[in-house]
Design a protein around this ligand. Sequence first.
Ligand code: BES
Ligand code: ZN
Length: 677
Amino acid sequence: MTRPSAWFYAQKFLLKRLSGIALPKPKSILSAQRHSSFVTTSSPKRHDSMANTTINPPRDPNTLSNYNNWRTAHTTANLEILFEEQRLSGNVVLTLKSITHAESKEIFLDTSYLDISAIKVNGRSAEWALLPRREPYGSPLRISLDTGIAAEQTVEVVIYLSTTSSCTALQWLTPAQTSNKRHPYMFSQCQAIHARSIFPCQDTPDVKSTFDFNITSPLPVIASGIASPANPTVTPAPSTSSLYKFHQPLPIPAYLFALASGDIVTSRIGPRSIVATSPDQLSACVDELSADTESFLQAAEQIVYPYAWQQYNVLVLPPSFPYGGMENPIFTFATPTIISHDRQNVDVIAHELAHSWSGNLVSNASWEHFWLNEGWTTYLERRIQASIHGNDAWRDFSAIIGWKALTDSVEQFGHDHEFTKLIIDLKGKDPDDAFSSIPYEKGFNFLYYLEKLIGKDRFDTFIPHYFTVWKGKSLDSYDFKATLLDFFVGDKAVTESLAGVDWDTWFYKPGLPPKPDFDTSLVQPAYELADRWQTLTETNSPSSSSSSSSSSFKPHPSDIHPLSGNQQVVFLERILTLPQPLSPAHAALMGTIYSFQTSRNVELSSRWCQIALQAGDRSCLDAVRGLLGSVGRMKFVRPLFRALMRLDRGLAEQLFDTNRDFYHPICRAMVEKMLRE
Ligand code: BES
Ligand code: ZN
């Protein structure tokens, strides 16, 4: 089926919803709705004060805002970046629409460690209070209105504020912490619930607002909106500040609010794309990203529908950026570790760009349904890869790497752990603590299973339909189920297949899902090389030392040449899970003979370091020290600390102390927690 018919179905679906014909509620909705009792039960005081105005319990338990009474329609952030003081200062204007049947008299917003000086409602000073902090959600801000506001009416709230040194969303780098040591730098990371530490907001993915950014800074600014053509283009002298304006015409949740400022220059990498980074990194970034960015966009457009955000740009951040990538609209924020000089890590770009549909246009309604963002994005990312290579073996290759990450995460949490479910219970919890590969990979496997079940051609007609129906909106897993079932109502064969789906097991059973039969052709060469290394760990008798192996395998630099970077990743992961670790000497040999030790691809050097640490090869410690002092991406930092702690806890603590200021607040907190365990 082609796109017009998907569009037709989308209209039909919307009409049905608007005309009030209820979709059949899946059985699992009932049990899940019972789960989502109001988060405020832990604080009777606030619950009482909100009970009068709250009609339905919100479906997001990780916000303290009363977003079922009000919806943010537009947000204007008028903020000055004060590098010396390491804070943002100014005001934020929220246009809030009353959506209750009764009149709304109180507004509750999320805040965390903010310094608020005054609030105006419709131009007049308002009465407000910051209520006591409730971990991990922050301090609700209560604004009391003189008169009740009827449904559909809006109020304009201006909040004068400054961020504080406890802000969890911002990292401030001194000139000494940047690559060319000349200027300070700041950047934000708001997902999942850190936007509230920049400005008071309804910090839930269930609410979307359009945005204006008016940002004053002495250095170039990037934000998650379209830059005004009037913005300064030449780097001004850092002693004077300039105004940078951006507009985001599509409604986005607060977690997609993003800012960065520093010594940033840009260059084109595609017809609708630029890359931004520090001047010394620019040409390497252009080389790494120009070949693929536009092809990825076009591949995604073929699978879903045309790109909605006008421009797709990438900001390559300083090395302390804690994630691989963050899908901030207009500007994906990316770790500099994707600039590995071999174009082997551009899958991160395919992933972040796929979020332009899954996550940014169509968003999970709460972090309990995070798989709708990440599982769908992982699915699309792999479809993009398969489409670029013209071969489905490529997506299975990536899916096999993902399966390994999934099993590792399940092992780490434990097979019965709540966070190994597709839909998780986050009441009273911090979504950052639940972060793992599980929503990505269990989510991917669920969609892969559905695709195989009903057939790829049919699933392909559902994709544009789903992204049309939910465009600009947020949904939960039950909406997803209803949309899928509804779309195929007239198709008897598909309906019969879907009747066999055990939804409750997929949604609520902890642990691993059934393992699909992936095409292993691309991992095979990596497994074979790992098998040869394994022979080095097998000894003649159990009592003899591993150096007295009977193996005839003689490692040679050419062993690795036929393998792509990602096949080398598979090889290293396989080595990490051998029943017997390598001997220290063999681990060291692997590092030098295959040049892992000095590789600019951190996916390789960090995994080799893990192998060497596991083997007890202390000659790797310089490399470990180097990595932990130059890379702040949590994907690498956490496993390295974990492995180092097993070998030498004192050194792990010492390295953390040395690098704590280099790490992003989120990464710092994670490692600190790990070291305490
Ligand atoms: N949205 C995530 C990053 C994220 C998730 C930040 C949750 C904060 C809370 C992003 O799209 C992502 O998945 N990044 C991955 C990239 C990878 C899967 C290609 C990462 O950072 O490793
Ligand atoms: Zn993602």
